[in-house]
Design a protein around this ligand. Structure first.
Ligand SMILES: *[C@@H]1O[C@H](CO)[C@@H](O)[C@H](O)[C@H]1NC(C)=O
Ligand SMILES: *[C@@H]1O[C@H](CO)[C@@H](O)[C@H](O)[C@H]1NC(C)=O
Ligand SMILES: *[C@@H]1O[C@H](CO)[C@@H](O)[C@H](O)[C@H]1NC(C)=O
Length: 193
């Protein structure tokens, strides 16, 4: 009895707006359920290789290719911050392989020398937009023994929260705000005779 009279008091437009907002909330939220694939290079920030001369060193550049055919190129940063394209030589060779669903570009130094010491970058040549990996530091010295790799995390931001997809956040707050508004309106409808 009380419930039905309450329903009568709710204006039609009020309900209509409610349905519209609910639709926007559901539609906006569901968009993010299947995020579109983004082409990228998955070299970790701060990747460092140390090697003694004459060692065989293979560094990798995993590619998120989203099923597209891509051309990976490697370059070495010069002192003047120009990235010089690496052309295949007797000593340095590039190999792109599909491992399961992923494309990985390998750069192999058959016998690394101190001239190979430096910072390396892989990139996608001729792609729609510029895609460049994090820098790979290859350090060659007699002081090192064998070949080792590590991830230097000192210059990494303290949290990796930036990697999280927070695009649903505005929808959440819009929906929350609207829910609160309707809660208040419903309360007023009940309380005011
Ligand atoms: C590789 O080849 C390009 C042109 O073919 C040349 O401009 C570039 O200097 C070469 N890079 C190196 C490191 O030799
Ligand atoms: C990759 O390179 C090949 C041969 O150099 C070229 O035919 C092709 O168009 C390139 N693909 C892209 C996506 O740049
Ligand atoms: C590369 O790594 C070596 C060994 O960790 C380090 O001594 C050197 O400073 C690094 N180079 C750059 C440019 O970060």
């Amino acid at each position: 009895m009380k419930m039905s009279s309450l329903m009568d008091r709710l204006p039609r437009t009020y309900l209509l707006v409610f349905y519209c907002v609910t639709f926007v909330c559901i539609y906006g939220g569901s968009q993010d359920v299947s995020p579109s694939c983004e082409v990228g290079l998955l070299v970790r920030r701060g990747t460092t290789w140390t090697a003694a001369p004459q060692q065989r060193v293979t560094v990798r550049c995993p590619v998120n290719d989203c099923g597209e055919s891509l051309n990976v190129t490697w370059c070495k940063l010069s002192d003047t911050n120009i990235c010089e394209r690496i052309n295949g030589t007797e000593n340095v060779q590039q190999n792109d392989k599909h491992v399961k669903d992923d494309l990985i570009s390998f750069l192999t130094f058959k016998r690394i020398s101190i001239h190979d010491d430096g910072l390396y970058v892989c990139s996608l040549k001729g792609y729609k937009y510029e895609v460049i990996s994090h820098v790979i530091n290859i350090s060659v010295s007699d002081f090192y023994q064998g070949v080792k790799t590590s991830i230097d995390t000192t210059d990494e931001p303290p949290s990796v929260a930036g990697d999280e997809d927070l695009s649903w956040l505005p929808y959440f707050f819009i929906c929350l705000g609207v829910a609160l508004l309707f809660g208040a309106l419903t309360l007023l409808t009940i309380l005011i005779p």
